[in-house]
Design a protein around this ligand. Structure first.
Ligand code: P6P
Length: 332
């Protein structure tokens, strides 16, 4: 591909020169997910005109206040994807139960998704996004939905910000495709995204300081100590309360993102969910040369116990994630 060539998503996914040949059914599924993200981006953009802003009046299975756009995004994603050949089931952050679209024998792909991540930012016009993960059920384990992140065949997100960008990995690197509103095409604009191994920028909700374990407190205290502290340099902090926006920034310029478990309840995990937030973002981080850890173990090797399971998340620049793992190991 020439340097200035910005191929549309289909051309990129089916390029015969690419290292991997994708299953045409997977290509079709990814393109349909891209269509769903384009539709969700339009709902987000025009919500104020359509009376789709504000709260939906209920809470979701997570106990979180649902925005009207949470429900709309979830319905749109499921409606657009439901007829994709071989797509057997959908696991949504917004739905208590798994949505089986076909008998397990008729389909082998599974899609886990957060239809509108960071939706608390909608009414204040900050970036939000859709996160998705795709696994394939083998012949022998049909209906096995609780799969570790290492089994993902594709992971990605769409960020709805100043531009709509689809970021994708199918296991050989990470690439970003911007939506050209003139044609509707997602075109390759961010080839081979990589996370720098070092950084001076961390992302964490500092208002939760009292809930952190000692390892996270020591790490953040050292960052805040700046040039005269043990890190001998100043750190910057960013927190957008939208995982998609924080992870996208880390993919573009480095950084480390933390949403740790509470010290007094480590088994509960943090706030973020394993199957449709942590796993896809962990695969993207690793495929971009970064790391993704619970602080003690590799996120992608976690064996899910339930489809809404939460997990502690530390991901981004490899040297910082490694340092946090060392602090957790020392802490015991
Ligand atoms: P807090 C959004 O609700 C989300 O799931 C992630 O996108 C984000 O990183 C986190 O929660 C924000 O959590 O505690 O800052 O509101």
């Amino acid at each position: 591909m020439s340097d200035t060539h910005m191929p549309p998503l289909h051309e990129f996914l089916t390029d015969p020169s690419r290292a991997e040949r994708l299953d045409p059914a997977l290509v079709s599924l990814v393109e349909t997910i891209a269509d769903a993200c384009r539709a969700i981006a339009n709902h987000v953009r025009y919500a104020a005109f359509e009376g789709q802003s504000g709260a939906a009046g209920g809470t979701n299975v997570q106990g979180e206040e649902q925005k009207k756009l949470d429900v709309i995004a979830d319905d749109e994603f499921a409606r657009i994807c439901s007829d994709v050949p071989r797509l057997a089931a959908l696991v949504s952050e917004e739905r208590d139960e798994i949505t089986w679209l076909k008998e397990p024998e008729e389909g082998d792909y599974l899609v886990y998704y957060d239809p509108l991540d960071g939706s608390s930012n909608i009414d204040v016009d900050l970036s939000v996004g859709t996160i998705f993960s795709i696994c394939q059920m083998a012949e022998g384990d049909r209906a096995e939905v609780l799969k570790s992140g290492i089994h993902q065949v594709c992971a990605g997100y769409a960020i709805y910000g100043p531009s709509t960008i689809l970021v994708l990995t199918t296991g050989t690197g990470v690439n970003g495709f911007s939506c050209d509103d003139r044609s509707g095409d997602f075109r390759l604009t961010h080839a081979d995204l990589t996370i720098p191994p070092t950084t001076s920028e961390f992302a964490i909700n500092v208002s939760r300081y009292r809930h952190w374990d000692d390892a996270v407190r020591v790490y953040v205290d050292e960052c805040l100590a700046g040039e005269t502290g043990p890190r001998n340099r100043a750190f910057n902090m960013r927190w957008t309360a939208s995982m998609v926006a924080d992870v996208h920034r880390i993919l573009i310029r480095g950084g480390v993102f933390l949403y740790p478990s509470d010290a007094d309840n480590r088994d509960k995990g943090g706030k973020l969910r394993l199957l449709y937030e942590a796993n896809p973002m962990a695969l993207i981080a690793e495929q971009a040369g970064g790391k993704a850890s619970t602080g003690l173990t590799r996120i992608l090797e976690e064996v899910p116990q339930s489809h809404h399971q939460r997990i502690s998340v530390i991901l981004g620049s490899s040297e910082e994630v490694t340092r946090l793992e060392e602090y957790h190991q020392r802490q015991g």
